[in-house]
Design a protein around this ligand. Sequence first.
Ligand SMILES: *Cc1c(COP(=O)(O)O)cnc(C)c1O
Length: 444
Amino acid sequence: MKAYASEMIKRDSVFRDIAEKRETLWLNDKYLPYDMVDALCQLIVSDSDIEDAEKRLHRFAPYIMKCFPETVNSRGIIESPLKDIKAMQRRMEKEFDISIPGRLFLKMDSHLPIAGSVKARGGIYEVLKHAEALAVEAGILSYSDNYEQLAEKKYKDFFSRYTVQVGSTGNLGLSIGIMSAALGFRVKVHMSADAKQWKKDLLRSKGVEVIEYNDDYSKAVAEGRRLSDEDPMSYFVDDEYSVALFLGYAVAAKRLKHQLDEMDITVDAEHPLIVYIPCGVGGAPGGILYGLKRIFGDNVHVFFCEPVLFPSVLIGMASDLYEKANVADFDIHGISEADGLACASPSGFVTRIDRNLLSGDFTIQDEKLYTFMRMLMETEDVRIEPSSCAAFIGPHSLMNARNGLSYLKAHDLTPSLMKNATQLCWATGGNLVPEKVWQEYLSK
Ligand SMILES: *Cc1c(COP(=O)(O)O)cnc(C)c1O
């Protein structure tokens, strides 16, 4: 164990839980009221950057609609439903003998079109941005064109001269691979040992080159980055640093606001919004958190959820070592069932930009993922992959664990206020899981 880890364990029993791989809740010691960080955050990622991303996605909508008919109903906008899951809420209360106040919702990014995971936001966005930049620079596309024409052979031929590469535990590779291949790019996906076989098979069936590493995620990323940098025609989607990915995820917030408005759900000081997002390297949850804070400020409370084997964002933030932290520093080793969350070191960008915005971080044991997965299927007839189910540890433990209660107290979230709360679990993946793999999941 590293010296800093031992020091942290002496200081706070939460870090003993972490080292002993027990479920726990870390509360962010550097959480600040939104007003105090707003100006500084805008310097790094501004509201106009997020608007720019939204506009880019609109420009591409006619192309997306043409290439992916499943997006016709949303007119080429890649968005997911927001579902009231009262039956799941009641079932959790009964089964665990706990209380979950307010209304419980599921944000179903598990069912996002094209890639079937939250990565359809950031991953696809970054590929589109790169393609647009190349085509505009070559003088074959202008911002006012109808982008539907990108489906024509002439553009595919153009993009086929370029390569896109990415390191992935699975789902990012799927979203980058599917989108890049559709545009005509050559694609290489560098996959870590935790990646599931069906994800590799699916990618290969789309003509993507999958390179397998018998090592963890950070190694797959480092090797992919190195190989891509050697090739001037290659672009690397860098999950550990990419601002473009982050912006693609951040766009989710305004879309969610719109959905809440349509359902007549208020978010204000009397009606808090509490959001739980499964977290791997931090990119997807980090961008969503950032977007939500920019819209809802102090009225939204965002918690990340990580497997007990991979609390990398938690350690990166709590130690202030950011990307230099590694779960191995706490002597944590192992392979998690939550393949999408199996990241030993966090994103340096996200752990910094969200250092004062994240409320806290829950850890969850692998077995619980399957318990929640089955419950959701039985009560709501919704299938989401095990990684995604990490979000349910939030409503499960917030009101019922020591640190959860102290968070509520510190933020004046009284029992009567919590009755008005909207609690939201972010389902991050599942729709592309093959039937055979579901049967394996269900037999665990
Ligand atoms: C990628 C992923 C996450 C978390 O995203 P990070 O950017 O790695 O933090 C959560 N759930 C699923 C299913 C994912 O694929």
